[in-house]
Design a protein around this ligand. Structure first.
Ligand code: SF4
Length: 334
């Protein structure tokens, strides 16, 4: 495999996002006049330590996938700064962007949709090596074989097409493609959500194994709090384009502070019938509002069981550190 580039490793954080926004314009009429914007990501601050996994959790439509895509450069941020390895990469173009791009990869939810069904596995996994490393012939074949073996796929299968593999195997191939250039950061966007429950743990264990082997850093996106708990070192809870709570895993699961996190955690079933019967659920009322017209003040105020009239609907709560390393955006703590 390709050797890792020499990088500035002075900061303990590989990735730092500050006030990142991604708005999509809403266009109307023949003249395509801009009449509003979908504020999918609206001022996110995040830090991911080298070699660790930051779990990003929230309901569908909260903007977590958009944030992941903005970080890897699939979307241009509307505002804010993304610092990777000490370099501000927002707005980078051309060769500089390409150099950063190879150090950040993405794994998508649906491995079948992210692969061309008419292209053989050898080409799918080998393409980044052909483009960036200029590998050809037997050197390319040997490298692809080595990468496939790392993810548990028999190298003899490299001339097959994606449809000849099961869902779990296809996700292994997607992982193989993502590690081909020996990246620093992988954004995993719901990588096990489309898989059978029996296969999920295998893929999660594979991700952990290659993380240790190649000192990878993950931004792991999921709506599933059990999956996030299994794989993450730190967890950020996202709601309607903003981070509501951010803490290390133990602290967040043992002592969730934000009413939204408390609601999400209370919905996880307990595998003990007695405890499950006694468990109190915190109902989150209503649907997640539209990101094109988010509520004023605290974004969660329309669904929050602890909403304080006259306060929560007027003032946006700051993300503040309530305990060392435990950050919450809620007026109950300000
Ligand atoms: Fe609920 Fe108010 Fe806290 Fe928002 S700021 S989470 S509405 S209590």
């Amino acid at each position: 495999m390709a050797l890792k580039n020499t990088l500035d490793q002075s900061s303990e954080y590989l990735l730092e996002a500050s006030q990142v926004k991604k708005h999509f314009p809403i266009l109307k009429g023949f003249m395509q006049k801009e009449v509003g914007a979908v504020r999918a990501v609206d001022g996110v601050n995040l830090q991911v330590k080298r070699g660790e996994t930051l779990g990003l959790v929230g309901e569908s439509g909260c903007g977590k996938s958009t944030l992941g895509r903005t970080i890897v450069g699939l979307y241009e941020p509307t505002d804010g700064q993304i610092v990777f390895n000490g370099v501000n990469i927002s707005g980078l173009k051309g060769l500089q962007r390409k150099q950063v791009q190879r150090q950040m990869q993405m794994i998508f939810q649906d491995p079948f949709a992210s692969m061309n069904p008419r292209v053989r596995i050898k080409k799918i996994v080998g393409e980044p090596l052909t483009v960036h490393e200029k590998l050809r012939g037997s050197q390319l074949t040997d490298t692809v074989a080595c990468i496939l073996e790392q993810v548990g796929i028999d190298a003899e299968c490299m001339n097959r097409f994606p449809h000849e593999f099961s869902g779990g195997q296809r996700q292994r191939i997607a992982i193989a493609r993502s590690i081909a250039l020996n990246p620093e950061l992988i954004v995993c966007d719901e990588p096990v959500s489309s898989l059978d429950v029996s296969i999920r743990s295998q893929i999660l264990n594979l991700l952990k194994q290659i993380q240790d082997q190649f000192q990878l850093t993950y931004l792991f996106i999921s709506h599933d709090l059990a999956v996030i708990r299994h794989i993450s070192d730190h967890v950020a809870v996202m709601y309607l384009g903003c981070i509501m709570e951010n803490a290390d895993r133990e602290s967040l699961y043992a002592n969730p502070l934000h009413p939204y996190t408390q609601g999400l955690l209370s919905a996880i079933p307990v595998p003990n019938p007695k405890l499950e019967r006694e468990r109190k659920r915190i109902e989150l009322r209503g649907e997640i509002p539209s990101p094109s017209n988010p509520p004023t003040g605290c974004r969660f105020n329309t669904r929050c069981p602890k909403c304080m009239p006259g306060v929560c609907g007027h003032t946006v709560p700051e993300l503040i550190e309530t305990q060392p390393g435990h950050w919450v955006a809620c007026h109950l703590f300000s």
